[in-house]
Design a protein around this ligand. Sequence first.
Ligand code: B12
Length: 304
Amino acid sequence: MISESAIKEMVQQIVEQLATQNSGHSKETFEKTINQQINEKIGNESLSVTDKELHDITEQRLQEYYKVPDPKEKESYMALKEKTSARVGIWRTGSRYKTDTLLRFRADHAVAMDAVFSYVSEDLLKKMNLFMINTLCKNKDEYITRPDLGRKFSDESIQKIKAECIPSPEVQIYVSDGLSSTAIEANIEEILPSIMQGLKNEGIKAGTPFFVKHGRVPAMDVISETLDAKVTVVLIGERPGLATGESMSCYMAYGAKVGMPESRRTVISNIHNGGTPATEAGAHIAGLVKEMLRQKASGLDLKV
Ligand code: B12
């Protein structure tokens, strides 16, 4: 009989080969091909693996992740835990974490890495009718190591923005991957229509929305100057921690100019299902834009 380690080695080899050959294929096709190859090699259908059988340990809310054995005050402890996603009540083995806790930590870290290093799906951008421009960053490594390049555009990109967008809008909204593409994929379909509807209700005209790849927050200042927008709004993926990769921020500014102080920006952070849900945030953003236009101010100068 074939040994377990030999099977593991073989599966790993096949997965690696397929990952390089079939990177454009769907998960179902990928799973099917792996299982076919395993069956061909060892003729044992019971060894087939599907994603459904693999338990995703990040699915449990951290607020409910509690490992203290025989707790005396479990109810009070759980009430405290409900207020934070911090890793409390996770218990220990000697002075070390339990294996379960360590695995959860690594899985949450992997979620954060994926959020930072993946790209927003082009299909989603098409569906949302957002054309794409890039900052001066060529890839994710450059994006991480050169924040200055994530705030600038080539002359060509500036021309594209001018060609595609309505000039001098009351409010210019755009979307950017920032430090989490996951956050954009999780929230954009809900928040963008919610903001647009909110603005429409207030009689405020929005410019042409688009997407900025490899963007840092102050890229909004260049966009504001390029289009001569009164208010500029960027929906951007925020740096993920170990609680969620889906958190998005909205930075807004009235009359944004390159080199202006950060205190002129208004920020709403923690937009995700476990924080402020996208639809609710959208309505709040539209309300703030209205106030910015009325007071001709943003950030610390805005009185709300
Ligand atoms: C990373 C971060 C920082 C980094 C930013 C540098 C960087 N590039 O990574 C540092 C350590 C410098 C920082 C400092 C501060 N931060 Co900070 N920061 C964050 C964090 C964790 C993520 C933001 C992010 O990913 N943005 C998207 C990426 C793509 O943006 P970026 O272009 O790379 O970086 C820009 C923004 O991060 C921005 N920024 C960062 N913090 C703040 C705070 C405010 C009020 C503004 C307007 C802008 C701003 O500065 C960068 C350059 O323009 C958020 C947490 C969150 N949940 O949102 C808090 C957060 C945005 N920060 C906050 C605060 C309070 C501050 C400070 C005022 C703290 C202080 N007392 O000094 C300072 C001010 C920063 C400034 N630029 O003036 C608060 C804002 C609360 C609010 N709604 O007003 C947040 C929400 C954390 C929190 N929950 O309290 N921060």
